[in-house]
Design a protein around this ligand. Structure first.
Ligand SMILES: Nc1ncnc2c1ncn2[C@@H]1O[C@H](COP(=O)(O)OP(=O)(O)OP(=O)(O)O)[C@@H](O)[C@H]1O
Ligand SMILES: [Mg+2]
Length: 428
């Protein structure tokens, strides 16, 4: 009996080993299949989102087609379309209709921006109305004289920035940019490009603030495609986390995590001073007041010298245009009177219309954005004073015009305090 059992066990063992082996093989096969499936799915999703998001070459094709047909012209056209010396590099777009690429143009490093298809207007009046591509280069029409075009530019700017004493200077500035080959004459293709560019808030701001330090320079254009100076570091602070993780992290923890990888305090102070200077540039600038309607860390960056640079100017809007847009707006609650992330007015419940006065000036928003950033690591001897000043800055209410004295006092105090502290350090 025992012998029978042993021989049975002998017979059974190879069978067991075999079964175990094929089970392992099945498991191995299953997991390899799963890995291949998941990775090809990831590759597919990445690829399809890349092709949907990154359509720079389509943009180039459309623009160059218009350039070759003589519809548009500009300083970047021949490099982009004939000589191939303006390259589209890495795709940075986060929305399909707003193409953003790093670019190299001879020795220049820049960022190429191109609006595609049905364009989302950031214009206040049009308020995110899609604009058809076919209408893009329809103005000025054939036969429009240079004088007529100058008038068009003048009235457009008047509607945008309001009645300004030196509006003609601004119009001349725009016209000098439009004359891309600097031959003293604006051709119809140049005028069409300039008109399309003028509709873009960011370009208008770049032209207005072209002599200032804190806005990227406009390096060139072709139609509504333009090349801007590249900002080296494109966010002031903040960690990018997968959205699943984002959901689980409490907001307090998230805020302190955002401040983990930031430059040394004197460098942060220099960046903050840069932001204060930008606030000064756009408030009572040469062509009126502008409102910063999206003051968040991702819309500002800095270069290697830690000079602050605005990255995204699409939501910096003329106060005159903002007031005009708010005047007609119907509202039931204050939340109906908001433009961008943070330009708001209050709702007049008797008339059910938005009021035209902004609730907070740019300076208060700048202080709010950088409070934690600048207080973290601040030297003990300035910390208390700095905190006090930041709180009075954040408490500023109304438009900068209404409390001009207090506004400039707080701005100057903050700048002086920070400069005094960093002027002797090598980081400044
Ligand atoms: N002048 C610039 N230099 C360097 N990077 C830039 C410049 N302008 C834009 N970028 C980068 O290009 C990317 C896309 O910018 P874009 O403003 O189109 O999208 P976004 O900021 O992600 O979204 P949103 O539409 O809300 O502004 C961003 O990562 C931005 O930092
Ligand atoms: Mg942006």
């Amino acid at each position: 009996m025992a012998r029978g059992l042993i021989s049975w066990a002998w017979l059974r063992k190879p069978y067991c080993i075999q079964a175990r082996f094929s089970y392992l093989r099945m498991k191995y096969l299953f997991f390899s299949w799963l890995a291949v499936f998941i990775s090809s799915w990831v590759v597919y999703v990445q690829y399809s989102s890349y092709t949907e998001l990154c359509r720079g070459h389509e943009c180039k094709k459309t623009i160059c087609d218009k350039y070759r047909r003589g519809v548009i012209d500009g300083s970047a056209c021949s490099s982009l379309c004939d000589k191939d010396t303006l390259y589209l590099g890495k795709c940075l777009s986060s929305k399909p209709n707003n193409q953003v690429y790093t670019g190299s143009w001879g020795d220049l490093e820049g960022v190429i921006k191109c609006q595609m298809g049905d364009i989302l207007q950031y214009d206040l009046g049009a308020d995110m109305e899609p604009r058809k591509e076919a209408m893009l280069f329809d103005k000025p029409t054939k036969g429009t004289s240079v004088e007529k075009f100058k008038e068009m530019v003048f009235s457009y700017l008047k509607a945008k920035v309001g009645e300004q004493a030196n509006l003609q200077d601004l119009a001349n500035l725009v016209l000098s940019v439009a004359d891309s080959n600097k031959d003293g004459h604006i051709s119809l293709p140049e005028a069409k490009s300039a008109w399309a560019l003028l509709q873009l808030n960011e370009v208008l701001l770049m032209v207005i603030l072209q002599d200032k330090e804190h806005t990227p320079k406009l390096l060139g254009f072709c139609g509504n495609l333009y090349v801007a100076e590249k900002v080296e570091y494109t966010s002031l602070y903040g960690l990018h986390l997968p959205w699943l993780l984002e959901l689980w992290i409490p907001s307090g923890v998230r805020r302190s995590m955002d401040q983990w990888f930031t430059p040394s305090w004197p460098r942060k102070a220099k960046i903050f001073i840069g932001l204060l200077e930008l606030v000064e540039d756009v408030f009572h600038g040469p062509f009126g007041n502008f409102l910063m309607c999206d003051v968040s860390a991702t819309n500002f960056g800095y270069n290697e010298k830690h000079d602050l640079k605005a990255v995204d100017l699409r939501r910096v809007v003329p106060e005159a245009a903002f007031r005009e847009a708010m005047r007609d707006r119907h509202c039931d609650v204050d939340a109906d009177c908001v433009y961008g992330a943070d330009c708001s007015t209050s709702c007049d419940l008797t008339k059910r219309r938005c009021s035209t006065d902004v609730i907070q000036p740019n300076l208060a928003k700048a202080c709010r954005m950088l409070k934690d950033y600048i207080l973290r690591g601040a030297p003990l001897d300035v910390r208390e004073e700095l905190e006090k000043q930041l709180y009075s800055c954040m408490a500023l209410k109304g438009s900068a015009d209404q409390m001009e004295m207090e506004h400039s006092l707080i701005l100057n105090n903050l700048k002086t305090l920070l400069w005094k502290k960093i002027s002797n350090t090598k980081d400044s």
